[in-house]
Ligand binder design. Structure first.
Ligand SMILES: NC(=O)c1ccc[n+]([C@@H]2O[C@H](COP(=O)([O-])OP(=O)(O)OC[C@H]3O[C@@H](n4cnc5c(N)ncnc54)[C@H](O)[C@@H]3O)[C@@H](O)[C@H]2O)c1
Length: 596
């Protein structure tokens, strides 16, 4: 017979604990909520009332239901109050000795049949369990932040957890309206093992001034559709908690340097910059606990006038290339009112590109997003040419030809001969060093990367890649152009993968390694990232869409440039590519797409 859970205890009412109390109380379960002091209890109570009041204000919870929910919670100081609950979830800070002490105490206080669960993100559930006399009744129930919102729960069974305890906890998760994935006891489980290397890498980009906090976050939100950027997420998690998780993962997870906490994190924790909970972390918040970001001394000025400061005037734009990116970029510039000269390698190619641009613009008209006049005006702004000489008087050239360094270098050398002085020369390369292209000209200060995302007319992000030779004026011009195109331009240095690919692909590669190690299934890993972290697609879904060959090539570049052992491509990824399983485009990748 399945266990009945009528009352549960929650220990620690911080970021996670207060949310976990809400999850249980919302689902009709009585909660004994425990903290170390009356002040801490009060803080937890304020968090819960704040959250439920917001739900009422948004019409998501009836007032009577809120009152009933709050009445189910018994606020207490000290563990003794937990003597008759059926299950306890511990959510105190991420320190093994603290958790072990609490579990030993819970073992003494709680009734013999009670299940003792930890919400740890990275510590060994097994090590916590052996502090009790009932390790078979100890389990991990890992909620995601914010607990009332995120659907995923990772249920962590150790080698000694009883099968019936696992089944009962799985049933409880279902009753709470959560989706559970049950896994064994490894550092970081599924989601954090894939998430924290990425978060730490993003912090290192910020620490080394590779890009600003706003640009790193905007890049991942707009380039990958993530619900929040990595630095905003660090603030939500709490920098102290994130530090402990990274530190534990580093020590437990094979000393992967990518998990060694970036020094800045420790410095911020020492300085009391813990994120939202202390009112300041990477960003500054209205007050402690508030999600509202306020401007501070690091907030960039983004008004049109300031953006255009020092920028050159751009009216006429040359776009070189005839592929998907060039086609999309022509449309973007023409729609934004620029005079465009498209240059391809022949009249036939020009006709094809022209047709593709027309088709795309017509789609906009059919969907009601563009008027017929605007379509005609946009098309009227484009001149079609098959000779570079027509670029003699443009103000900006955007190169989007094949991703081969020799081809791009030759093209830039020609542009250098043809174009008037003062032209900004931009490359859309996604993986080649922009400096190599710049040095093919006599004017490297005027060369910059403008990395558009596919499809260019839809994706709102452009990575603006500055080399060590790019002038401030060229950068300012690129920023002003992106703004005029209605795109968010994020500025970064000239390193492999820029921001988005450098942060995205190692995470995808890690997911492949996790699958290869048989820790979990592709479905559960995809679920974990979608339901635990709010990603629009799981890693295997995304790999199949991007193409396994493309992903492998990018990962190889990252590995070669940074020589980071953790970036070595997963052997399984290499084998799938060798076998011709390239993803959707070949009908099979991690999944078989021929049957759907
Ligand atoms: N923050 C996240 O995003 C997140 C997500 C999932 C899991 N977790 C895990 O949840 C746990 C809690 O993390 P958090 O971020 O909520 O931490 P937190 O610092 O926000 O809250 C911890 C709370 O525990 C209380 N506490 C400390 N000692 C106690 C004791 N002896 N008895 C009772 N209460 C005590 C503290 O007063 C504090 O309110 C950690 O194991 C963490 O890894 C965190």
């Amino acid at each position: 017979m399945a266990r009945e859970f009528t009352s549960v205890g929650v220990v620690g009412l911080g970021t996670m604990g207060a949310g976990i109390v809400e999850v249980f109380a919302r689902n009709g379960i009585d909660v004994v909520a425990v903290e170390i002091s009356a002040t801490a209890v009060e803080r937890g109570r304020v968090t819960l009332t704040g959250s439920t009041d917001r739900a009422v204000a948004k019409g998501k919870l009836a007032e009577a239901d809120r009152d009933a929910l709050l009445a189910r919670v018994d606020w207490q100081v000290g563990l003794d109050a937990l003597h008759s609950v059926d299950l306890v979830i511990e959510a105190v800070p991420e320190h093994l000795d603290l958790k072990q002490r609490i579990f030993a105490e819970l073992d003494r206080v709680c009734k013999p049949e009670a299940i003792l669960a930890t919400n740890t993100s990275s510590l060994s559930v097994t090590e916590i369990s052996v502090a009790t006399t009932r390790p078979n009744q100890v389990i991990g129930i890992h909620f995601f932040n914010p607990a009332p919102v995120m659907k995923l729960v990772e249920v962590v069974r150790t080698v000694v957890t009883s099968a019936d305890v696992v089944v009962d906890v799985e049933a409880l998760c279902e009753r709470l309206g959560k989706v559970d994935v049950t896994i064994s006891d490894r550092a970081g489980f599924i989601a954090n093992a894939l998430l924290f290397g990425y978060l730490n890498h993003a912090v290192s980009m910020f620490e080394s001034r590779y890009a600003t906090r706003e640009d790193i976050d905007a890049a991942m939100k707009l380039g990958c559709g993530l619900p929040m950027g990595p630095l905003a997420l660090m603030d939500l998690i709490g920098l102290d908690t994130a530090y402990e998780i990274l530190d534990t993962m580093y020590r437990r997870g094979g000393r992967d340097r990518r998990h060694a906490p970036v020094p800045l994190i420790k410095q911020m924790v020492t300085a009391g910059l813990l994120g939202r909970k202390s009112g300041r972390g990477f960003y500054t918040y209205e007050r402690p606990g508030s999600p509202v970001v306020v401007t501070d001394e690091h907030t960039p000025v983004t008004t049109g006038a300031a953006l255009a400061d020092g920028a050159r005037a751009i009216a006429k734009v040359g776009i070189v290339g005839s592929g998907t990116m060039a086609t999309g970029i022509i449309e973007v510039f023409a729609k934004a009112g620029y005079e465009v000269i498209s240059v391809t390698r022949g009249a036939e190619k020009s006709a094809k590109v022209c047709e593709a641009v027309k088709t795309s613009l017509n789609k906009g008209v059919v969907r009601g997003k563009l008027s017929e006049e605007d379509r005609d005006a946009a098309l009227g702004r484009v001149t079609w040419s098959a000779t570079l000489d027509h670029l003699a008087d443009v103000d900006l050239v955007v190169e989007a030809v094949v991703e081969e360094l020799s081809v791009k270098k030759a093209l830039f050398a020609s542009l250098d001969e043809i174009c008037k002085p003062g032209v900004v020369l931009a490359t859309t390369t996604s993986s080649l060093p922009v400096i190599d292209v710049a040095m093919a000209t006599q004017r490297p200060a005027d060369v910059i990367g403008l990395h558009f995302f596919n499809p260019a007319p839809i994706m709102p992000l452009v990575e603006i890649v500055q080399t060590i030779r790019t002038s401030a004026e060229t950068s300012a011009t690129a920023r002003a152009v992106c703004a005029a195109l209605g795109k968010t331009g994020v500025v970064c240095g000239d390193r492999s993968g820029f921001i988005v690919n450098a942060l995205l692909f190692p995470y995808l590669n890690d997911a492949v390694k996790m699958l290869e190690a048989s820790y979990s299934t592709a479905d559960d890993i995809d679920y974990a990232m979608k339901l635990g972290c709010g990603y629009p697609m799981g890693p295997f879904e995304l790999l199949d869409v991007v193409g396994l060959d493309v992903s492998l090539a990018i990962q190889r570049e990252l590995y070669l440039e940074l020589r980071e052992p953790g970036f070595a491509p997963a052997p399984l990824l290499e084998h799938l590519v060798t076998a011709g399983y390239l993803g959707r485009k070949s009908g099979r990748g991690f999944r078989d797409h021929t049957k759907r």
